[in-house]
Design a protein around this ligand. Structure first.
Ligand code: CA
Length: 230
């Protein structure tokens, strides 16, 4: 599956390497060498995915990401981070990145991650709405309502909610959720899943946050009991 990819990376050698790796996989690639140009490019036309470095001159990758999401862009974003910077990864996922890749990385891994982003995007087809207690979602449009009040979720939070709703009442392990969200097993040293669950609960607010139950030592489940309205 090939797509149109924007690469925002300031190091010329790395930028060239990423471009040639993606081009070899059949993608059409555009580039930006700093955050301001990257944001302008990403805002001015449709891309199927972004490969975004965090450390950039001008505005950094995290700020670029936040600004894009704040303007409603849901383009899938793969963040490039340094291997040691756990705080960067958590901040990136919190800000709405879809996945991250620590530098240095193997070319095949970059291609695999980008293909996974494109595949998930392609799988999102409009379907009938799903209802569970106070929660109502429209798959395909990324819209969510709690007791008829619309909530704004990041793409990740939305996918997490859909996973829980599709298997409401079942306990999903962190592995189940990680495979569903990123296509790979849970990394026990990472608290990414828990961060997303915490954020999702916060956004669901009083009306529905209690619907997502923590099952100690196992994972999470969405309660199937009908929530009180109001
Ligand atoms: Ca950089």
């Amino acid at each position: 599956m090939a797509g149109r990819i924007l690469v925002v990376e300031d190091t010329p050698e790395l930028r060239a390497m990423i471009c040639s790796v993606l081009a070899r996989d059949g993608h059409s690639v555009e580039t930006a060498a700093d955050g301001v140009t990257g944001l302008a490019r990403a805002s001015s036309r449709e891309f199927d995915a972004l490969v975004l470095d965090i450390g950039l001159p001008g505005i950094d990758g995290l700020e670029l990401l936040e600004q894009l999401r704040a303007h409603g862009s849901r383009v899938p974003i793969l963040l490039l981070t340094s291997r040691s910077a756990v705080a960067d990864r958590v901040a990136g996922l919190d800000a709405g990145a879809d996945d991250y890749l620590a530098k240095p990385f193997a070319p095949q891994e970059l291609n695999a991650r980008v293909r996974a982003l494109l595949r998930r995007r392609a799988l999102e087809r409009p379907r009938a709405e799903m209802i569970c207690g106070p929660l109502r979602v429209e798959p395909g449009t990324l819209r969510v309502w709690i007791n008829d009040e619309e909530k704004r979720l990041t793409r990740r939070e939305y996918e997490l909610l859909l996973l829980l709703m599709r298997r409401a009442g079942e306990v999903l392990s962190r592995d189940d959720l990680s495979v569903g969200l990123w296509g790979r097993p849970h990394d026990p040293s990472s608290n990414t899943i828990d961060v997303h669950v915490r954020n999702l609960r916060q956004k669901l607010g009083r009306g529905a946050r209690g619907s997502i139950k923590t099952v100690r030592g196992v994972g999470y489940k969405l309660a199937v009991t009908t929530g009180a309205r109001g």
